[in-house]
Write a protein that binds this ligand. Structure first.
Ligand SMILES: CC(=O)[C@@H](O)[C@H](O)COP(=O)(O)O
Ligand SMILES: NCC(=O)COP(=O)(O)O
Length: 237
């Protein structure tokens, strides 16, 4: 079974554009869970341009499904995650200035750093995942860090799929198979959408979780959040 984790960053972007508390990020998290989402994802960034660190604390008592916090493990981020103790932390190597996530970890070059960080999170009972490009060497490198899972960075697949290049799935399938054989759990995310999710799911064995935000929130403007969550769940069956 593949769990749907809804990334609510964009709800915070909308809220922050006016000040105040509309739309309410915590209420939206409660609602998507009521609609059937099996997880809530946030990706607070150091400039807090969308999800704020305070949101991460406010969400904690309301996320009764899987709570996934993504980010670059700088000290401030690590302290927050260790205090909140979400279900899962996903490590993403974003530069402070990145518009959005734009690369996976080089798990070979950063092996010691990742190993140390992962050890600390795991000692505190937090499941770990590393955001990686679909590259077999990076999956092997991830395994060597001790992480529980990887998150396959799906932007390249999404872009190529939109152009009709269905073969773009092949490296992802190979990486998922390798990860499974190494006893690494497989998550995926970035630019997944109602258009591409079913094909992705059908071609990725043992896919445990997808985190979807930008497209899901955009689609909800036309179709409504409840419908959209239901549509994803159906495609992920
Ligand atoms: C890790 C990842 O794939 C990103 O999609 C991210 O979580 C979204 O971040 P932004 O909402 O800041 O674009
Ligand atoms: N980890 C990916 C994520 O949380 C959402 O990415 P996107 O759907 O906003 O591109």
């Amino acid at each position: 079974m593949t769990k749907l984790s809804v990334n609510i960053n964009k709800i915070a972007t909308l809220r922050n554009s006016r000040g105040g508390n509309m739309p309410n990020v915590v209420q939206f998290a409660k609602d998507v869970q009521r609609f059937g989402a099996e997880g809530v994802t946030i990706h607070p960034r150091p400039d807090e341009r969308h999800i704020r660190y305070q949101d991460a604390y406010d969400l904690k008592p309301e996320v009764y499904t899987e709570y996934n916090i993504e980010g670059n493990p700088i000290k401030k981020f690590m302290d927050m995650v260790l205090e909140i103790k979400p279900t899962q932390v996903t490590l993403v190597p974003d530069a402070v200035s990145a518009l959005t996530s734009n690369a996976g970890w080089d798990t070979l070059a950063h092996k010691q750093f990742l190993t140390d960080v992962i050890k600390e999170f795991k000692q505190n009972g937090i499941r770990t995942s590393i955001f990686v490009d679909p590259d077999l060497k990076q999956i092997e490198g991830a395994k060597a860090t001790g992480t529980d899972r990887i998150e396959l960075y799906t932007e390249a697949f999404a872009q190529q799929f939109a152009l009709g290049n269905k073969e773009a799935i092949l490296p992802y399938t190979a990486c998922a198979e390798l990860a499974y054989s190494l006893d690494l759990g497989v998550n995926a995310g970035h630019d997944l959408s109602l258009d591409n999710i079913q094909y992705f799911k059908e071609n990725i064995p043992h896919l445990l979780e997808v985190s979807i935000g930008h497209a899901l929130i955009s689609e909800s403007l036309y179709l409504g959040a409840e419908n959209v969550v239901q549509m994803y769940l159906k495609k992920l069956q």
